[in-house]
Design a protein around this ligand. Structure first.
Ligand code: C5P
Length: 208
C-alpha cells in the first residue's frame, strides 16, 4: 500500500507558517488546510450577526453549520479585526470541538484521494494530527513578525505589535489546545530566513 504523507505545521501569528505550508502542499501536490481560517470564518459570521460574547456559546452550532472549503477563502476573513476576534473565540472548548471533525475529515479525505494533506494552525501537531508524518513549529521573534505584518499593511507598527502580543498570549495560555511545540516537532526559526530558505529547510527534512 502506498504510504501517505501528512504534514502539520503550527506556530504563532504571522510567523510565515501559512506561506510555507502552501508551498509545501503545492510541491507535493497535496490538499492544504489553513485551520486558522475556520476560526476566522466563525469570528466573521459572529461579527456579521452581531453576536455578543455572552450569547456566543449558544450560537456555536449555527455558526459552524455548512462550512465548505470555499467559505475559507474570502479576503474579508483575513483582516486584523477578524483575527483578533478569532483568537478570543478560539479559547472556547465547545467551538474547538465543533470544528474538530471538519479538520479530521479533511485529512482523511486527503489521504484517501490525494495521498496526504498539509495543515497549519495552532494545534494541528498536537490535537488534530498528533500522528502526522512530519510536524513543524515555525516561529519568529514577535518584533520580526510585527515588522513583516507592518510591511504588508502599512498601518501602525506599535498597534500591530500590541495585537500580535495579545494574540500570542491568547493562543499560548488558553487551557484547551494551547499553542505549544509538539515533542517530535522540528522547530524552524523563520525570523531571518527567506521564504525559499524556510521552504528548503522543511523540504530537506521531509525528503530525508
Ligand atoms: O492562523 P490565524 O492567525 O489566521 O488564526 C486566527 C486565530 O485562530 C488564531 O489567533 C488562533 O487563536 C486561532 N486558531 C486556533 N487553532 C488553530 C488555528 C487558529 O486556535 N488550529
Amino acid at each position: 500500500m502506498k504510504k501517505s504523507l501528512v504534514i502539520a505545521i503550527d506556530g504563532p501569528s504571522s510567523s510565515g507558517k501559512g506561506t510555507l505550508a502552501k508551498k509545501i502542499a503545492r510541491h507535493f501536490d497535496l490538499p492544504y488546510l489553513n485551520t486558522g481560517a475556520l476560526y476566522r470564518l466563525v469570528a466573521f459570521r459572529a461579527l456579521e450577526q452581531k453576536i455578543d460574547t455572552n450569547s456566543f456559546e449558544s450560537k456555536i452550532s449555527d455558526l459552524v453549520k455548512n462550512i465548505t472549503e470555499a467559505d475559507l477563502e474570502p479576503d474579508e476573513l483575513f483582516s486584523e479585526k477578524v483575527g483578533a476576534v478569532a483568537s478570543v473565540i478560539a479559547k472556547n472548548p465547545k467551538l474547538r470541538a465543533a470544528l474538530f471533525d471538519f479538520q479530521k475529515d479533511f485529512v482523511a479525505l486527503g489521504k484517501k484521494e490525494k495521498g496526504g494533506a498539509v495543515l497549519d494552525g495552532r494545534d494541528t501537531t498536537t490535537v488534530i494530527c498528533p500522528d502526522a508524518d512530519f510536524k513543524f513549529y515555525v516561529t519568529a521573534d514577535v518584533e520580526i513578525r510585527a515588522q513583516r505584518r507592518f510591511n504588508q499593511l502599512q498601518t501602525s507598527y506599535d498597534e500591530i505589535l500590541a495585537q500580535l502580543k495579545k494574540r500570542d498570549e491568547n493562543d499560548l495560555n488558553r487551557s484547551d489546545a494551547p499553542l505549544k511545540i509538539a515533542a517530535d516537532a522540528h522547530v524552524i526559526d523563520n525570523g531571518n530566513l527567506s521564504i525559499e530558505e524556510g521552504f528548503q529547510k522543511i523540504l530537506q527534512i521531509v525528503k530525508s
